[in-house]
Write a protein that binds this ligand. Sequence first.
Ligand SMILES: *[C@@H]1O[C@H](CO)[C@@H](O)[C@H](O)[C@H]1NC(C)=O
Ligand SMILES: *[C@@H]1O[C@H](CO)[C@@H](O)[C@H](O)[C@H]1NC(C)=O
Length: 342
Amino acid sequence: SFKSKLALLLFPVCILCHVFLCDCVDVCVQNRCDQNIQVVTKSKCHSCSLTSLVKCPDDYTKRQPEKSTRDCRYHITMALSVKGCSFECYKDTVEPKCCPGYWGNDCIECPGSAATPCSSNGVCSDGIAGNGTCTCAPGFIGTACEDCKANLYGPLCSNMCSCKNGICHSGVKGTGQCTCLSGYTGIDCDRELPACAALRCGPNSRCIEDMSTGQLLCRCKPGYQGDGTQCTSINPCLRSVCHANAVCAHTGPNQHVCTCTQGYSGDGRVCMPIDPCQTDLGNCTSGSTRCVYDGPGKSHCECLEGFEKFVEGKGCSVKDVCKPDSCHKYATCATVESGTVE
Ligand SMILES: *[C@@H]1O[C@H](CO)[C@@H](O)[C@H](O)[C@H]1NC(C)=O
Ligand SMILES: *[C@@H]1O[C@H](CO)[C@@H](O)[C@H](O)[C@H]1NC(C)=O
C-alpha cells in the first residue's frame, strides 16, 4: 500500500530519529499538520460544598485554581432537583490533520500539487475527511481545474472564442486566435472567400481547396455524404450498428443511439434478455410459489407441489388434502401443512 511504501522510504529517517531520541511520529507520517487542541468539558453537577471532592471524567484534569460555578441542577431523587455547582475540566489532545493541500487518511496531495491545489483555479476537498476532488471556479474544467471549458481562453478562462468557421486557440495559454477552415477568411473566419461564395455550396457542404490541384470546390461537411452539392446526413442506423434486440435512433450527422427493446437490458450494442425470476424471484412468494420464466422480461408465479389458489402478493394456500376417510367420521379434518392432515 501507499502507507507501507512511505514507511519503507522513511525508514532511515525514523532510525535517525530514534538515535537522537526525538519524537518520530511527525516525521514518519508525511504531510501531517496535527493540531494540539484542548478539549473542555464540565464536571457532573454536584452539591457546591463537595467541589473539592468531585473528580473530572476519566482523562480530564481539573482546572486550577478550582473555580466552580453555581450554574446547574442535580437530582436528589427522581422527582426532586436542586441547584448545584460544576467546574471546568480539560484534556490536551492531538487532532490528526493533513497539511493544507493534502487529503485523506494518508494525506495525499490534492490534484495540481499541494502548493497550488486545483491549479489555483478551484477548491480542493482537502483534510483527513476530504475526498481530494476539485471544485473548479467558473470557466475551468479538468481534474486539477487545469483547463478552460470549451470555447474559452486566457489565464482566467474568462474570454470567449469568436471563431465562426475556424478553430480557436483556446485554453489557459490560448490567445483566442482563429485558424480559418478552408474557404473562409477574416479575424473571426466569418467571411467566405469570394471565389468560394461564387460556388454557392449547399447548407451541409463547405468550400475547400483541393490538395492536389489547388482548385476550390464544394465538399460535404463531416458526417454528411453526397457529391458536394447535395449532401445528406450519414445515417449509421442503415448499417446494423445496434444489437438485434435494440432500436437505433439517428440523432445527428453520422450519429446514433442504440436502445435495447423492452424486456432486454444493456447498452444497445449488447442486449441481454431480462429474466425477472433472477431478481427477488420475480416477486413470487417464496415457500409456496416458484417463478417461471416466460421469455424476455416476462414471468409468472406458479404454486409449488401441495399448494393451490395463487393470489397476487400473497402466494398460494396449502392444498386441502382431507378426504372423506382421512379422519374418524366424528372428527374434523384440517390440512396442517402441505400433504399432512390432522
Ligand atoms: C467530494 O466532496 C465535495 C465537497 O465536500 C462534494 O461536493 C463532492 O460531491 C464529493 N465528490 C465525490 C466524488 O464524492
Ligand atoms: C417486483 O416488485 C417491484 C416493486 O414493487 C417492481 O418494481 C417490479 O417490477 C416487480 N417485478 C416483477 C417481475 O413483477
